[in-house]
Design a binder for this molecule. Structure first.
Ligand code: NOJ
Length: 673
């Protein structure tokens, strides 16, 4: 009996010791972040994260529920824990920052079940001074030739119920919702990146990186700040989310951690966790500004559908080509140029009518390709699929041959639909869709064509590996201002997305509306001032930026239009100057291959004054500053079109103080003399 009690005490003590003593730990290079990994007495793996000496994540589970297999979540022993260091600086072919440092310490854990078929699972942690990424790897093994994942058990159990900014996951409009702010415990199922703020003023973005051949990770909030991964299932009736053949790896689960909201903007952790460029020479991918037959469609001045109101006619396209050539825009987007728009294409199955290589009779593709070339611009193709993926994929070769044959260097894709499901019944953004998106990127790369994808899956930094996926929509863009029954994007929308959606990558927001009262849309108006529209070109990063308004609206304001003509789209460096989530933001960016800087700042519905310290300018140089700001009586509701332009010569160390109207903003071009 005594022996039994002694044995019980010993095993209890060792269980407690295993629960409290990490089996492995790894710190970031400057030791700001530390990850500790544990194996419970039952061999359940878990991890904890400490930031600046305080608990950021409490004990958080790791593992999987599988189909036709026991869960891969317990009974593990640690086979090995290998550490390593990495430090390199790499160059983006285009981007918001030319040089990016990738500096981390790595911990690779090899786990094996102690009994049964002794299945193996590796977990790899990369710990940066500004965040953590980890992924699972399934080694090739006889006991697990194929993995069918029902549920990823990954948890992110925050130490407290922090404030969160989120949009709902797995909802009918995909990513196109206004952000809400609640405690973690009230957020439910949400998309990533989800941005959190702790009571201590620490900002965290929870997201994923390198989403390939896997299902999208949403996350679910619960009591006390607990968050768990929720993979998008294959479909309503097929709960398996992911099927993989071993060896295989999951995407990285990422936490970007900073002491200010603005620092998140230049945190490049998710890009760093993607593989380097696989396309070789990508000098054919050119950041560019574009105009096009687009806003007039959303304003219902012309239509996508054929007939007397058709927008994509040869004559109208030539008008935009002339305008682009005159004002120095490289691209002209044309929507509604092809067959398929006459039915209810947005309803389930309607997208099957789309043909991606047959223009409407009034769109002379050959003549327009010739005309555009003569004028030194190119047409941007448009593939609206209506989420009918099989129809699109069956024409992919012809579709991209058509683009190439007509000198189209970029294509905008779209997946409009009225529910959560694709036309084939599978969930949008599950593994099937993720692989489809990759097939389009690959096909486009073979044709040296850049892709701007709307209604696609969220960005997880794939542009590092495939630089031809240059921009996406994946949030509420400017189009909502034309027709949304809720009155369009409120003024705080563009003060929230720099700290949420835009952390994932470039956005094709399509800014630049000058005629903000929208006479043809009596129930809507754009909820910004004109100066704030200019600010968006700097605040919202995208290597392709549209000047979305109609040519005549720009011609009415040549002085303000000058900013859109001048602003760069490819950057040497980005410097967030000030901001708080949902309140305001000010960013400065330096153009590549020049000494010119551009500043954009915007506010929510509150008027405010911002002092821009020009300490980022090159010392000793003089700059011609042109300040595009709200007029004295400007207001996003009552007087959105009022702006003033002020010019002066400035140098490093000077300040520029600017007043922002309610829903307003300002833009500054700083041209080196
Ligand atoms: C939604 C896209 O976001 C928009 O830009 C496009 O004009 C329509 N779909 C039609 O394809």
């Amino acid at each position: 009996m005594k022996k039994l009690i002694m044995t019980l005490i010993t095993s209890l003590a060792s269980a407690l010791a295993t629960a409290q003593t990490p089996v492995a730990s790894i710190s970031s290079p400057a030791k700001t972040l530390r990850v500790d990994v544990y194996l419970s007495a039952q061999g359940e793996p878990s991890y904890q994260v400490n930031y600046q000496g305080k608990s950021l994540l409490a004990d958080s589970r790791l593992g999987f529920d599988l189909k036709n297999q026991p869960a891969l979540a317990q009974g593990f022993e640690l086979v090995s824990a290998k550490t390593g260091k990495f430090d390199e600086t790499w160059e983006q072919p285009w981007g918001e920052e030319r040089l990016i440092r990738n500096h981390y310490n790595q911990l690779r854990l090899a786990l094996r079940e102690e009994t049964g078929s002794k299945r193996k699972l590796d977990v790899v942690f990369r710990v940066y001074d500004q965040g953590v990424g980890f992924r699972y790897e399934f080694p090739k093994q006889d006991a697990l030739p194929q993995v069918e994942i029902l549920r990823e058990l990954t948890e992110f159990n925050f130490a407290a119920d922090h404030s969160a900014w989120w949009t709902p996951g797995q909802a009918g409009n995909q990513y196109e919702y206004l952000y809400q702010q609640t405690p973690i415990s009230k957020m439910g199922l949400v998309h990533t990146p989800v941005t959190l703020k702790t009571a201590d003023g620490i900002y965290v973005a929870l997201h994923e990186a390198a989403l390939h051949n896997y299902s999208t990770m949403n996350v679910t909030g619960a009591a006390d700040g607990k968050i768990s991964a929720t993979l998008v299932p294959t479909s309503k009736n097929q709960p398996v989310a992911v099927t993989l053949q071993t060896p295989a790896a999951t995407p990285w689960r990422t936490l970007q951690v900073e002491n200010s909201a603005t620092a998140l903007i230049t945190n490049y952790l998710t890009l760093n966790l993607n593989e380097p460029n696989k396309l070789g020479d990508v000098s054919w991918i050119k950041p560019a500004k574009y105009v096009g037959i687009w806003w007039e469609l959303h304003l219902e001045k012309t239509s996508w559908k054929s007939g007397p109101t058709h927008g994509a006619t040869t004559a109208n396209t030539k008008k935009y080509i002339d305008f682009a050539a005159k004002h120095g825009f490289a691209g002209v987007l044309v929507e509604g140029w092809n067959k398929g728009w006459d039915g209810e294409w947005w309803k389930p199955g309607g997208g099957n009518a789309f043909n991606f290589y047959t223009p409407t009779p009034d769109f002379d593709a050959k003549e327009l390709a010739r005309y555009a070339k003569e004028k030194g611009v190119y047409i941007i193709g448009h593939h609206e699929t209506g989420a009918a993926i099989e129809n699109y994929e069956s024409q992919l070769d012809e579709a991209f041959d058509f683009l190439s044959a007509h000198g189209m260097q970029a294509v905008k894709t779209g997946y409009v639909e009225t529910g959560e499901e694709l036309v084939n019944g599978l969930y949008h953004h599950g593994q099937f869709y993720v692989n489809h998106a990759q097939r389009v990127i690959d096909k486009a790369a073979q044709h040296k064509i850049a892709v701007v994808a709307h209604e696609t899956v969220k960005d997880t930094g794939e542009r590092r590996t495939y630089p031809n996926i240059i921009s996406r929509e994946v949030a509420r863009g400017q189009e909502y201002d034309a027709w949304s029954v809720d009155g369009g994007n409120p003024p705080n929308h563009t003060a929230i997305i720099p700290f949420t959606r835009l952390l994932s990558g470039p956005m094709d927001f399509t800014p630049g509306v000058f005629e903000l009262t929208l006479p043809s849309r009596p129930n809507n108006q754009v909820n910004t001032t004109l100066a704030k529209q200019l600010a968006l070109y700097v605040v919202i990063y995208s290597p392709v930026q549209m000047a979305s308004d109609l040519p005549e609206h720009y011609e009415a304001h040549p002085d303000a239009f000058q900013f859109i003509k001048d602003v760069a789209v490819d950057w040497e460096t980005t410097k967030p100057l000030a901001g708080e989530i949902g309140e305001y933001i000010a960013i400065a960016r330096k153009a590549r291959k020049s000494d010119n800087w551009f500043v954009g700042a915007l506010t929510n519905e509150q008027a405010r004054s911002l002092n821009i310290k020009l300490d980022f300018l090159t010392a000793g140089k003089k700059y011609r500053a042109r300040i595009y700001k709200d007029g004295a009586t400007a207001h996003y509701k009552t007087n959105p079109g009022s702006y003033e332009i002020e010019e002066r010569v400035v140098s490093a160390g000077d300040d520029i103080v600017v007043k922002l109207a309610p829903g307003g903003g300002f833009a500054i071009s700083l041209m080196a003399e």
